[in-house]
Every structure is written in structure tokens, then in C-alpha cells.
Design a protein around this ligand. Structure first.
Ligand code: PHE
Length: 374
């Protein structure tokens, strides 16, 4: 008897939900593509956590225009071919109204042309290579770009650390690493610095001894290492074994709890530029929410994923419809969107213009060291 009542109750609820437009099929589908596995796994996982936090918050408050947000998410495994395949699936089979991703610029460059060709807006939370949004007018990002990040790193090295010489070691297959190395060099030299050595590697390389020996011989004041955290940690470990004691300096690609987990003492006293500092008091509310949900402190990617999703929902509320052209226009019309990583406005090339922070690795943690405005 009890059970029959229960079934009736459930059926009643289903009808009510359908009446309110909350049933499956009445929801709004958005996509996320990211590296959930592989040597950049924390990039995708942190972003996914941030996106889901935003979705849960918005859904609990009634959704967007009365509809629940539904997430379709795929793993790129850090591979450009895989990124292209899953973005094609998102736009052609799942028919999402918008796509969030990727983190790595090389992977965003694989996904963006597919979104552009299908007129599905894409928002990269964190790809910083300028070419990403130049793919077309459906491609946006909620972060700064590498000409600025390269300037920030050069200024920090040259003016705040007083470095006269810098060696550069970059990943030659990564659009991000190649571009950031170039921008750092250009700015460092313009500020009167000298590049003592410039060498490259391929992501996943295990033996950096020959390259580090050449760098040691050039006797730099600092070593610029614009790579992703796994390679960066391996390079640092091998450098310390060779007796190299100068600090490393990198970009946002260092941002992972794995950096200090793998790098340990070798990465202590080094620096990197980033989109946000977890110990910045203005992030406290977000950090608390994230910690309550996931039991760990967020990195910048969690915050940027959250901002990308919230900005998208804000645009959906203002859009004439969720058709690609209307939603694209509403995203483009965004004004002074208050994100957890700062106030977001897009320039003519649909990039956010925001300050950068420099973090220092101290006692296994990345702590705020400086802020540099655009
Ligand atoms: N900016 C990097 C890229 O374009 C990705 C990244 C952003 C990694 C933020 C970590 C933190 O490839």
C-alpha cells in the first residue's frame, strides 16, 4: 500500500516537472572538452569541477530561463586529434548550444574551427595563444593572451628580479609554449635583457641533461620554462642534479597541484605567472564553495571554468534565442561581467583583458608574489 502511494507520488512529480519544463529533453545542453586523463589531466579535471560547480548553482536556483543546464563532457586525453573528434561529436551529434574548452592552446586550435564552421559559440576558459580566437567570430576566451603574459614574465624577471640574462627552454610542438617563449624573448630583450641560450624539447621527453648542460654553460640569472607542469617538474629535478641553482620562471601552464607533488624541493623558489592566486582574499568565497564540494583548494583553472560557464549563462539570459548567431551576439555583448577571476570584457578579438599575478613556490605551495596590470 505504501509503495503504491509512492509510485503515484513519483508519477505526479514527473508531470509537474514536465509542466515546468524541467523534464529531460527540455533542458539546455552545453559541451565541455578537456584533458581528463594523461600528463595534463589536472587541467581538464579542474576545469570540469569549476564548470559543474557553476551548473549546479544555476540549476538549484531554477536554471536558465526556467530550463535546467545539462552538461555533455568528453576527454581529449591531451591529444589534438581526439579534441577534434569530440568537438565534432558535441556539435553534430549531441547538438550542444555552446562549447566550453579547451585549456591547452594546441587543443583549442583543433576544436575551434569545428565550432566556427558549425556556428556554435566556443568559450575557452584558459587558452592564451592569440591564434585561438582568430579562428573566427564564434570563438571567445575569458583569459588574457600570451603577448601580455610574455610581457608580464619579462617584466618580473628583468625589473623585479633584476635578471640581466635568461635562458629559455620551450616545448616545440606546443602552440602555447612556442608563442610564450617568443613573447618573453621579445619583451626581455626590449627591456635590455640578454637571452643566453634558447633550446627546445618535446612534451614527454625524459632526458633533459644535454640541454640543461648547455643552459648551465650559458650561466643565466633565470631560466624561462613555458611548458606544462609534468615536463616542468621533470626539468627542474634534473637541473638541480646538475647543480643549477637559479630560479625557474614559467607561465600559467605550471598551474597544477602536481607541479610540487612531482617537483618537490627542485621547484621551490621558482615563479610563474597565472590568472588568479588561490590565496587572494577576493577569491575566498569561491575557494570555500569549491573546497566544500571537492575537498581540495581550486587552482586557477577551476576558477576560469566557473567563470566561462557563468558568463555563458548570463549571455543565454540576454540572447534573443539560443540559436548560434543569437547566442554568439549575446556573448559578444557582454559588459563588465564580474567573474571570480576579475571583471571580464572582450576586446575586438574576443579576448578578455585582465591583470596577471606572479606566484612563488614556497613550502610546496604557490603563493602570491606580485600583480601586473595590462
Ligand atoms: N594557457 C595555457 C595554454 O594556452 C593553458 C593553461 C591555462 C594551463 C591556465 C594552466 C593554467 O595552453
Amino acid at each position: 500500500m505504501k509503495r503504491r502511494w509512492f509510485q503515484g507520488f513519483v508519477a505526479g512529480v514527473t508531470v509537474v516537472m514536465a509542466g515546468l519544463g524541467l523534464a529531460r529533453g527540455e533542458s539546455i545542453k552545453i559541451g565541455h572538452y578537456g584533458s581528463l586523463t594523461g600528463s595534463e589531466a589536472t587541467f581538464g579535471i579542474s576545469t570540469s569541477n569549476g564548470v559543474k560547480l557553476a551548473i549546479n548553482e544555476v540549476n538549484a536556483a531554477g536554471g536558465v530561463n526556467g530550463k535546467q543546464i545539462e552538461l555533455v563532457e568528453y576527454d581529449t586525453k591531451g591529444d589534438p586529434k581526439e579534441a577534434g573528434a569530440v568537438v565534432t561529436r558535441l556539435v553534430t551529434r549531441d547538438k550542444v548550444v555552446a562549447v566550453i574548452g579547451e585549456v591547452a592552446s594546441t587543443l583549442s586550435l583543433a576544436g575551434a574551427p569545428i565550432c566556427q564552421a558549425n556556428q556554435v559559440p566556443m568559450i575557452s576558459p584558459s587558452s592564451t595563444n592569440p591564434r585561438v580566437t582568430l579562428v573566427g567570430d564564434y570563438i571567445f576566451r575569458v583569459c588574457f593572451i600570451d603577448p601580455f603574459q610574455g610581457f608580464v614574465c619579462a617584466k618580473f624577471a628583468r625589473e623585479m628580479r633584476g635578471a640581466k640574462t635568461a635562458a629559455i627552454l620551450y616545448d616545440q610542438a606546443s602552440a602555447y609554449s612556442v608563442g610564450l617563449a617568443e613573447q618573453f624573448e621579445k619583451n626581455f630583450v626590449a627591456m635590455g635583457g640578454v637571452v643566453s641560450a634558447k633550446l627546445s624539447y618535446n612534451a614527454g621527453d625524459q632526458d633533459f641533461n644535454a640541454r640543461l648542460t648547455a643552459i648551465r654553460a650559458s650561466n643565466p640569472d633565470i631560466i624561462f620554462l613555458p611548458g606544462y607542469y609534468t615536463d616542468v617538474a621533470n626539468v627542474a629535478i634534473q637541473a638541480r642534479k646538475l647543480g643549477i641553482t637559479v630560479p625557474f620562471l614559467g607561465g600559467d601552464g605550471w598551474d597544477s597541484s602536481k607541479l610540487t607533488e612531482i617537483g618537490g624541493a627542485a621547484i621551490e623558489g621558482s615563479f610563474y605567472s597565472n590568472h588568479a592566486a588561490p590565496d587572494d582574499p577576493s577569491l575566498a568565497g569561491f575557494v570555500q564553495k569549491y573546497e566544500d564540494e571537492y575537498g581540495a583548494k581550486p587552482d586557477a583553472l577551476g576558477a576560469l571554468g566557473y567563470d566561462a560557464a557563468m558568463l555563458l549563462f548570463d549571455a543565454m539570459r540576454r540572447a534573443k534565442s539560443l540559436a548560434g548567431a543569437d547566442l554568439r551576439q549575446a556573448i559578444d555583448d557582454t559588459k563588465d561581467f564580474v567573474g571570480v577571476t576579475g571583471v571580464i570584457n572582450f576586446n575586438e578579438t574576443r579576448d578578455a583583458v585582465k591583470p596577471a599575478v606572479i606566484l612563488e613556490i614556497k613550502d610546496g605551495k604557490a603563493v602570491y608574489a606580485a600583480k601586473i596590470e595590462p
